[in-house]
Structures are given as structure tokens and as C-alpha cells.
Design a protein around this ligand. Structure first.
Ligand SMILES: Nc1ncnc2c1ncn2[C@@H]1O[C@H](COP(=O)(O)OP(=O)(O)O)[C@@H](O)[C@H]1O
Ligand SMILES: O=c1ccn([C@@H]2O[C@H](COP(=O)(O)O)[C@@H](O)[C@H]2O)c(=O)[nH]1
Length: 202
């Protein structure tokens, strides 16, 4: 199994790049795991308390479960990925069965912060867009798709997104084998990653 890790700040375009990469590949050859599915289970907290969580700090992620699931898949076993609701800020209680595939792509803002996870990746990619571009994209996406408003996104940007990006996310660029600039749609970089994957599959 080829495991590719794709990190980068919020709104940098990780999900978009992953979707472009897998577009031409067959479903039974590749699967995608999002770090977002591995936010800690916070069912014991009220909604008001969950809203206050710093979702951009590595402690917010259940890395033990993610490491365990990646090792299980690598060993040829299926896993149950928890499903996550951004509107509820919590796991939904449902899961998705993921079977071992020839290629697994793992994407998320903090995935390169964890040494055991870095060790499991065959290729590490960092997606980079400027912070003003990321904030604009995040504003549009969170208001349109994640039930947020302008004040919420700006409050979270100032209190956690920006400081956590500088402290934890941006420094992981140094672990990357490939850095993809995404201030614009980068078809050349997507082609290169697709070529690497196709080579592995042939
Ligand atoms: N290269 C790009 N140029 C313009 N908009 C983009 C680009 N890449 C992504 N977007 C848009 O920005 C938003 C965030 O992108 P997304 O892929 O969800 O980022 P991430 O997964 O890194 O948070 C989405 O609405 C997406 O359509
Ligand atoms: O309950 C939650 C959990 C996470 N977030 C925010 O999501 C982003 C990470 O997702 P991307 O798709 O990479 O943008 C992270 O910055 C968290 O702040 C949230 O708002 N609510």
C-alpha cells in the first residue's frame, strides 16, 4: 500500500488537490482518509463548550486512533472511520468502513506534526497558499457549507487559526517531499502526483 500524506493550512486547498488527484483513478485502487474524522470524541461536552475547543491544536486530534487505523490498513485489515459533523463540532456516532487499497491518501492540517504518522507516509506533500487567500476561502466555505457566520470565522482566525498555523502547521513544511503552491489551481503539480501514483499502480 502506498500512503500519501497531504498537509497544509486550512483553506490551502488540500481537499481540492486530493479530489483532483483521485479523479482519474479507479475507486477500488484508492481511498481517502481525512484527519477531520479523527477529532477527539467530545460527546461528554455541551455544544457551548465544544464551540470553545481549539480545533487547530494537535491535542484536538485522536492521533492514537489514526495511527492504529493506518497500521491496520497497512496490515491488510479494514477499519471503521468515525464520521464527523462540523456543524455539531462532534463525531456523528456513525462510521464508514474503509478497506485496504493500493493507494491511501491521508489529508489534514496537522498530520505532519505527528512523528509516528510521518513515519507511515511514503510521500509527504505540503499544500501552500498565502494566509490572506486561505482566510478568504475559509470565510466563503465555512459560511456556505459549515453553518458559520463572518464573526465566528474571524474570531476563530484571530484566536486559534493564525497562531496555531504559525506554531504547528507551517513548520511541518520542512518534512514535505513535495510542496504544492495553490494560490492558483496547480494542474502541473496534480499531474506529477498522479504520475507517481499511476507508476506505483502499474
Ligand atoms: N487553487 C484554488 N483557487 C481558488 N479556490 C480554491 C483553490 N483550491 C481550493 N479552493 C476553494 O477554497 C475552499 C477551501 O478549499 P479546500 O480544498 O476545502 O481547502 P482545505 O481542505 O485545505 O481546507 C473551497 O471552497 C475550494 O473550492
Ligand atoms: O468541529 C470543528 C472541527 C474543525 N474545525 C476547523 O476545521 C479546520 C480543518 O479543516 P480544513 O478542511 O482543513 O479547513 C480547522 O482549521 C478547524 O478550525 C471547525 O471549525 N470545527
Amino acid at each position: 500500500m502506498l500512503i500519501i500524506g497531504i498537509a497544509g493550512g486550512t483553506g490551502s486547498g488540500k481537499t481540492t488537490v486530493v479530489n483532483q488527484i483521485v479523479e482519474e483513478l479507479k475507486n477500488d485502487e484508492v481511498d481517502i482518509i481525512s484527519q477531520d474524522s479523527y477529532y477527539q470524541d467530545t460527546s461528554h461536552l455541551s455544544y457551548e463548550d465544544r464551540v470553545k475547543i481549539n480545533f487547530d491544536h494537535p491535542k484536538s486530534i485522536d492521533f492514537d486512533l489514526l495511527v492504529n487505523h493506518l497500521k491496520e490498513l497497512k496490515a491488510g485489515k479494514s477499519i471503521e472511520e468515525p464520521l464527523y459533523s462540523f456543524t455539531e463540532h462532534n463525531r456523528t456516532g456513525e462510521t464508514r468502513t474503509i478497506h485496504p487499497r493500493k493507494v491511501l491518501i491521508v489529508e489534514g492540517i496537522l498530520i505532519l506534526t505527528h512523528p509516528d504518522i510521518r513515519e507511515l507516509f511514503d510521500i509527504k506533500i505540503y499544500v501552500h497558499a498565502d494566509s490572506d487567500e486561505r482566510l478568504i476561502r475559509r470565510l466563503k466555505r465555512d459560511i456556505n457549507e459549515r453553518g458559520r457566520d463572518l464573526d465566528e470565522v474571524l474570531w476563530r482566525y484571530q484566536t486559534t487559526l493564525k497562531p496555531m498555523h504559525q506554531q504547528f502547521i507551517e513548520p511541518t513544511k520542512e518534512f514535505a517531499d513535495i510542496i504544492i503552491p495553490t494560490n492558483r489551481y496547480n494542474t502541473v503539480a496534480v499531474d506529477i502526483v498522479q504520475t507517481i501514483i499511476k507508476d506505483r499502480l502499474s
